[in-house]
Design a protein around this ligand. Sequence first.
Ligand SMILES: Cc1ncc(COP(=O)(O)O)c(C=O)c1O
Length: 354
Amino acid sequence: MNEMMLETWDSESTLCSLEYGHERGNEELLDLILQKVYDEENLTLSKENLMLIPGSTGGIDTIARLFGRSGPILLESPSYVDAIHIFQDHDLQLESIRMDPEGLCLEPLKKILDRHQREGRKSSLLYTIPCFQNPTGITTSENRRREILKLLQPNNVIIVEDDVYRDLHFEDRLPPSYFHLAGGKGVFRIGSFSKTLAPGLRLGWLIGEASLILRCMDCGVFQMGGGANPLSAQWTASLWQTGKLEGHIGNIKKLYRQRRDCALAAMEQYMPREVQWNRPKGGFFLWVSLPEHFDASVIQDAAEQQGVLVANGKDFFIEPHQMNHHLRIAYSFVEEREMVEGIRVLAEVISKQQ
Ligand SMILES: Cc1ncc(COP(=O)(O)O)c(C=O)c1O
């Protein structure tokens, strides 16, 4: 990565990107993203449908601030802890909906929409992570996406599709994005370079209807701030143009797939029988479900004392007291030998707590 960084540094374009940029973001990078969207989903978009954002979290924050106040925000349960944090920072009302292996469940979604109708209000947004969800690793099926759209579109609920793991798929073809299925109407689609290149770039992109993107560009942060991270964006565009980004993504996909396989094999070998986990087809995470009488906080602390770090599942729920028997393992992060040993230690800790 460091070598790629130095090789791609071109002093003239670097100097330009030290200025404030256009609020939509770096032109070259926008063109490359438009081409990527076309290649992947056969979607011909124009620049009006696109802007750069300072990472996915920057996009979520902007959308929450500009579109989240008109009613409760619907969330998958569990969901990405920092998105929950952002919504709470804006003091927005949240309603969570349980998931099954195909994605967010339809029955509770219908119930919430009906209740809102009876109460004379409506939800503002649905925040969803449709591919290799953080934390569960679930990918919402195409069928479920279509059903969710059918329920939300008549209610004018905007879908915020946080698709930061989409490029990290190991196996099957992925379902079409919500943006694609909705013909571009009423959906914000978020991408990021954090998972494929480097989180320190603080760079991602936002796709949506031209009027929605215009509203985002027109806010104070982008108007005054001069678009998302011109320097990172210039470097990323230069790297992409050399053709090295594709190769890099291919390499990390191979690496993460090996680590996923290694983690799954170690789970099979060491975990007690009553512990369950998913088999993610991409992304970063194993979601581990302990029997309900377990306290994940106790397991997490005991594992940490032996140098093994796992996330406590309760942090991903907006009603944490009910859900204290899950752990999240990020297999992307550690080398194989270390991971096998970490899972062995974790399994031992769990066995001792039974
Ligand atoms: C679902 C999801 N969205 C967004 C992010 C953060 O992305 P960014 O670094 O682009 O803000 C993460 C990182 O963990 C994530 O899991």
